[in-house]
Design a protein around this ligand. Structure first.
Ligand SMILES: NC(=O)c1ccc[n+]([C@@H]2O[C@H](COP(=O)([O-])OP(=O)(O)OC[C@H]3O[C@@H](n4cnc5c(N)ncnc54)[C@H](OP(=O)(O)O)[C@@H]3O)[C@@H](O)[C@H]2O)c1
Length: 338
């Protein structure tokens, strides 16, 4: 077992954050967990090991100084508090915002907060930081045949010009984090995840996430696709992501960008697998078009972390096993024949 550390986990009530808190406690570390609503965060005390080793702190990204208290005494910080916003400050969908407004509301706040939190981390002698980011920052145009996370970095200027502000947020926050880490002497690891699927650890993980769509399918509620998309999607288990984040906190050699996803499947294949667990009526229709090929990744850096990544079919099995069926039971079995 690694030496006991104190790990600050920012965004501890989120999907990635809660899995990281659970894994950090399982590995014997002390956890300083930040949340905007401490009352809600009390649910984290249900994790084994929380009594005596978990402390809750209120912190808001809009007020980076609020992270000073949880960072004091921490050996490492895991930043999982920058979810991609779906709308601007006035509630309009990002696609409806003027470019300047979209940049100010979506990209700039995460960039500034990321930089300032890491500046505070440097001031409080935090040695290592882990930024939970996204494969959106590893999507150059045109895409190479095989993606490599060190070589293939999205162009912030291109993302901005194309109006891809949600993706630009990830690229910009990573740049800001890297600059602050370099200046402050912090070892920074950036973990690039894609669509996260796993059992909800806290009730609100089934609200507003992709998980809410997937859970709805079980009840016969069509999800977010009318038609099976012809593209592909990569999937991450937040449990695997937590394993990678903790490896990064514990291991001095882990530094830089790492893919943290299991694989890329066509949506056709994903829905074929989902069809085993949900009624046919909830599924999107197929249009018969040949699907585009899945993304191919160079997983050599990912695999160097020593984390066993969950296969996508197993990820979906575990998720659907955790969702109550309309009759109130959970259904670990596939509901339709092969
Ligand atoms: N979920 C996915 O499918 C997915 C896919 C790819 C990449 N990622 C990346 O993984 C990271 C974590 O995502 P997630 O899905 O775990 O997010 P999430 O479940 O929405 O959780 C976000 C966490 O951040 C906190 N938070 C939000 N706004 C904050 C603010 N202004 N100040 C302080 N804390 C704030 C939330 O706290 P409250 O409880 O106070 O709201 C919550 O704990 C993000 O960078 C995301 O882009 C996620």
């Amino acid at each position: 077992m690694a030496e006991q550390k104190t790990i600050c986990i920012a965004g501890a009530t989120g999907l990635a954050g809660a899995y990281a808190v659970r894994e950090a406690l399982r590995r014997g570390h002390n956890v300083h967990a930040t949340a905007r609503d401490i009352n809600r965060a009390h649910r984290l005390y249900e994790f084994p090991g929380a009594a005596g080793r978990l402390r809750l702190f209120e912190a808001h990204a809009e007020r980076p100084e609020s992270f000073a208290a949880p960072l004091v005494g921490a050996d490492a910080v895991i930043l999982a508090c920058f979810p991609t916003p779906r709308s601007g400050r006035d509630g309009r969908a990002i696609a409806e915002l003027e470019p300047g407004r979209a940049w100010r509301d979506v990209v700039a706040p995460a960039k500034i907060a990321c930089r300032e939190i890491l500046q505070i981390a440097a001031r409080t002698d935090v040695a290592a930081a882990v930024l939970c980011s996204s494969t959106a920052s590893a999507a150059p145009v045109p895409p190479p045949p095989v993606l490599n996370e060190l070589r293939d970095v999205s162009s912030l200027a291109d993302q901005r010009a194309a109006g891809k502000y949600m993706q630009a947020q990830k690229t910009a926050m990573e740049q800001a984090a890297q600059e602050a880490a370099d200046r402050g002497g912090i070892r920074l690891t950036i973990l690039l995840s894609s669509m996260m699927v796993a059992p909800a650890l806290l009730p609100w993980h089934l609200e507003g996430h992709v998980l809410s769509f997937l859970a709805g399918l079980v009840r016969g509620i069509p999800g977010w696709h009318q038609q099976v998309p012809d593209g592909a999607m990569s999937l991450t288990s937040p449990e695997d992501l937590a394993g990678c984040a903790l490896q990064a906190c514990e291991t001095a050699q882990v530094v830089g960008r790492y893919f943290t996803l299991s694989d890329s499947w066509t949506w056709a294949r994903i829905y074929q697998e989902i069809a085993h667990y949900v009624p046919q009526s909830a599924l999107p229709v197929t249009n018969g078009a040949a699907p585009k090929l899945p993304t191919v990744y160079d997983f050599s850096r990912r695999d160097s972390l020593g984390v066993a990544f969950t296969p996508i079919d197993e990820m979906l099995r575990r998720f659907f096993a955790s969702v109550p069926t309309p009759s109130g039971e959970t259904s670990p079995q596939r509901v339709s024949a092969e």
